[in-house]
Design a protein around this ligand. Structure first.
Ligand code: SAH
Ligand code: SF4
Length: 351
């Protein structure tokens, strides 16, 4: 059993079950998450007997690196091997102001978006809290990102709201002030629109930023490219966004993948602005990252710019074009998918 992923109360219970005082569990928690020590023998504030028990019966580790690829633009993509032999991908994107880690929430995904390579590997299983936190901890321990002051986006493989319990537990572990103490304002959860879970989030005391993968402006097109729309169509999804509790100054990010001839017309731009009326929002335009065998095309740079301009000039919407990063190593949005089991790569998203 891996100690990584247990929260403070679980570690306190564990200490008690081993015949120790509960505060030993608290110490263990701080050593792991605040000091980031993963070798129990180095936790010198714990009694020798407890250290011996822990190292005999438990493991404490992040994830095994199966492959590490660096892009010419500095982006690094990890292929991690999980304990049961499954693979996930994590992407580190260095940026001038603040780096971003793009992490996975599931092995594969069963939402089935037609433009996304992760969809094509199917769904294997949910990640455990320790496997989610482990992706971040690994990048910190490798020195890729500092101990704080970077962004985390749940935009890797998987639909985070279909693994809600584990994703939220990981979110609490990442942000707990007695532990990893990362800012909840720098963590963004991206969803294809699982409306009942989105509504459940309203009750959480602390929330990450929210990003919605909208990607189309009519139910007809969205039904086709994002089958989840047949369950929760645009009007239902956008009503849930209107009802989502936002702190002052916070906005919902709407991701919009531009597919040439399908979602990138002037009409789409005007309709998109109309749909978002009344929601404090920001639009991230993502020109489609081509995947071999998928039936879509990337629009020209001119078309992308025109789309952005309509949103900004005609509708005063904050709209940004997401620069493609790591496409030479298939680390860009929608390119994450571990397609084979022989150690060659292929993962799914970027951001
Ligand atoms: N499952 C979640 C999070 C992972 S996908 C979600 O769908 O929101 C992260 C982002 O990558 C989504 O906004 C998705 O629309 C986008 N994406 C997927 N495939 C893409 C592709 N081929 N090109 C560009 N963006 C893509
Ligand atoms: Fe899943 Fe997101 Fe890819 Fe859709 S875009 S298949 S929800 S990972």
């Amino acid at each position: 059993m891996n100690l990584l992923g247990l929260d403070q109360s679980e570690l306190m219970e564990l200490a008690v079950s081993l015949g120790e005082k509960p505060f030993r569990g608290k110490q263990l928690y701080q050593q792991i998450y605040a000091r980031k020590i993963l070798n129990v023998q180095q936790m010198t504030d714990l009694p020798l007997s407890l250290r011996a028990r822990l190292s005999a019966d438990y493991i404490l580790e992040t994830l095994q690196v199966e492959q590490r690829r660096a892009s010419i633009d500095g982006t690094v993509k990890f292929l991690f091997r999980l304990q049961d032999g499954q693979f996930i991908e994590t992407v580190h994107i260095p940026e001038e102001r603040r780096d971003t880690l793009c992490i996975s929430s599931q092995v594969g995904c069963d939402v089935g978006c037609t433009f996304c390579l992760t969809a094509h590997m199917g769904f294997k299983r949910n990640l455990k809290p320790g496997e989610i936190v482990g992706q971040v901890l690994h990048c910190i321990l490798e020195g890729l990102v500092p101990e704080s002051g970077f962004n985390i986006v749940f935009m890797g493989m998987g639909e985070p709201l279909y693994n809600y319990k584990n994703v939220m537990k990981a979110f609490r572990l990442l942000t707990d002030q007695q532990g990893m103490d990362l800012s909840h304002r720098k963590i963004t959860l991206s969803t294809s629109g699982v409306v009942p879970v989105l509504r459940k989030m309203n009750a959480e005391p602390q929330l990450p930023n929210l990003a919605i993968s909208l990607n189309a402006t009519t139910d007809q097109v969205r039904n086709r490219v994002m089958p989840i729309n047949r369950k929760w169509p645009l009007a239902t999804l956008l009503q849930a966004c209107r009802d989502f509790p936002l702190d002052a100054r916070r906005r919902i990010t709407f991701e919009y993948v531009l597919l040439a001839g399908e979602t990138d017309s002037d009409h789409d731009a005007h309709r998109l602005a109309h749909l978002l009326k009344g929601i404090p929002s920001k639009v991230n335009l993502i020109p489609y990252n081509p995947n071999p065998g998928l039936p879509h095309r990337r629009p020209s740079d001119g078309r992308v710019e025109r789309f952005r301009e309509i949103l900004a000039a005609n509708h005063s919407l904050a709209a940004f074009v997401r620069r493609t990063r790591g496409d030479d190593i298939s680390a860009a949005c929608g390119q994450l998918a571990h397609l084979t089991n022989n150690g060659t790569s292929g993962l799914t998203t970027d951001n």
